[in-house]
Design a protein around this ligand. Structure first.
Ligand SMILES: Nc1ncnc2c1ncn2[C@@H]1O[C@H](COP(=O)(O)OP(=O)(O)OP(=O)(O)O)[C@@H](O)[C@H]1O
Ligand SMILES: [Mg+2]
Length: 161
């Protein structure tokens, strides 16, 4: 199985799950984030940053489009909400970032679908109806590397570390 579904009951639980993912990442990994407004994409990115050992606060890149952080690996945090399509993303230098020495995480990835690499970890956040703080987090891998990440995450979460 190349997908994994987890439930999160709080912003901190989402960050903890993402932190575990952050520890598994390697240079060149790409995480595509999907989910409606306010479902927790930035919150998830904060957890990934923590798992990568990024010091300090990670804030939403909605208006600046991209923020870069230094951790165990560089982290490139994109927000495609205000982009008009894959061309805008490419103009930001996405190709170099995505294949660079760091990890890329992209909020509103569906807006730049045509410019995403074939092998990427897709993370979808869904609000479970009426339960204000509950989210379903669905991971799926679209290629060899991202499937390895999903399996690694499953192992880490199942062993309770
Ligand atoms: N289980 C949860 N996981 C993540 N966030 C949660 C959860 N429960 C409640 N929240 C709240 O949902 C909001 C998520 O905000 P966040 O900025 O991370 O969303 P976003 O998907 O990045 O939004 P945007 O589409 O504007 O970029 C926060 O206010 C957070 O406290
Ligand atoms: Mg956000």
């Amino acid at each position: 199985m190349y997908s994994l579904e987890l439930r999160s009951d709080s912003p901190e639980a989402t960050r903890t799950i993402a932190d575990k993912l952050g520890r598994l990442l390697e240079a060149g990994d790409v995480i595509a984030l999907y989910g409606d407004l306010g479902t927790g994409k930035t919150c998830f990115a904060q957890g990934v940053a923590r798992g990568l050992g990024v010091p300090g606060n990670v804030t939403s890149p909605t208006f600046v489009l991209l923020r870069e952080y230094a951790g165990r690996l560089p982290l490139y945090h994109f927000d495609a909400y205000r982009l008009n399509g894959p061309e805008d993303f490419t103009e930001l230098g996405s190709e170099e970032y995505l294949s660079g020495p760091g990890v890329s995480i992209i909020e509103w990835a569906e807006r730049v679908a045509g410019a995403l690499p074939d092998d990427r970890l897709e993370v979808e956040l869904l609000r479970l109806d009426r339960e204000e703080n509950t989210r379903l987090i669905r991971f799926s891998g679209t290629g060899e590397r991202s499937r390895t990440i999903v399996e690694g995450l499953r192992r880490v979460l199942c062993s309770g570390n």
